[in-house]
Design a protein around this ligand. Structure first.
Ligand SMILES: [Zn+2]
Length: 260
């Protein structure tokens, strides 16, 4: 049966001769795999609507064995971010994370919108890559079922002042309650439990809360003081990497080129 849908190409697996398999993120059907036949040649490269970083409308033939591509139209190309090495590295990482966090046969409209908005901002070049990356990481986790509870101290409920972020439990607690927690830390059952605790200044906490609660089209519209941007980024990256329990070669590559 012929079907059409829109989606963002997250990755391609090049096969023998002129074929490849595309991994595409769609809003209603989540992540899908599409077999694309005769779409690349040595002379002309690949057809535009079969390349990563392209948001396209696809026409496919769907059978029980899978989908094969018939035709496509590029709706918006993000391909020109590949002209800047740091932007390209970040874009690749964004696509990798999106692929990791999304599944098949699931409504992924929120994740698709976030990823498209993120690539769009990288392309525009008006926001720092560091800001875009941190915001994407934290929001993507919240969308994907890893929403931390940052309203107030997990023990006493207070909402203001400096807090400590227990990354793996996704909770915060205040200095006073930390002292009480520390007193109980000698308990034998606690040994061996890895905990990652990061300090959050009031302004970093405010930024994190904003990223979790902002309207989808406003999620990047905040700022962090320059001297706190590195700490803010560290919180977001630690949160995603530790919860997903994996690294990304594209993230390592981004760090390499961003520091050049
Ligand atoms: Zn407290």
């Amino acid at each position: 049966m012929r079907k059409t849908f829109e989606g963002l190409i997250l990755s391609e697996t090049v096969l023998k001769e002129r074929d490849k398999i595309l991994t595409i993120l769609t809003a209603e059907r989540g992540k899908v795999s599409v077999y694309a036949r005769n779409v690349r040649s040595l002379k002309r490269g690949s057809l535009a609507y079969t390349m990563p970083f392209q948001h396209c409308r696809f026409e496919v033939e769907e059978r029980t064995s899978g989908m094969s591509l018939i035709n496509g139209d590029v709706l918006h190309s993000f391909y020109d971010i590949t002209n800047d090495l740091a932007a390209f590295a970040l874009g690749q990482y964004i696509l990798d994370v999106t692929r990791e966090l999304t599944v098949e046969n699931n409504n992924e409209a929120d994740m698709l919108r976030l990823t498209l908005n993120t690539l769009y901002l990288i392309q525009k070049g008006e926001r720092s890559l560091q800001h875009i990356k941190a915001t994407f990481e934290f929001r993507a986790m919240a969308i994907s079922g890893y929403m931390p509870e940052l309203h107030g101290c997990d023990i006493c409920g207070c909402e203001d002042g400096e807090m400590l972020f227990d990354v793996m439990n996704g909770i915060i607690y205040c200095r006073e309650c930390q002292k009480i927690r520390n007193m109980g830390e000698a308990r034998p059952e606690d040994t061996g439990t890895a905990s990652i605790v990061l300090q959050l200044t009031p302004s970093i906490l405010k930024g994190l809360r904003y990223v979790l609660s902002a309207e989808p089209n406003r999620v990047f519209s905040y700022s962090i003081a320059e001297d706190e941007q590195a700490d803010f980024s560290e919180v977001c990256e630690k949160y995603i990497i530790n919860h997903l329990e994996r690294g990304f070669t594209t993230l390592d590559f981004y760090h390499e080129v961003a520091n050049m």
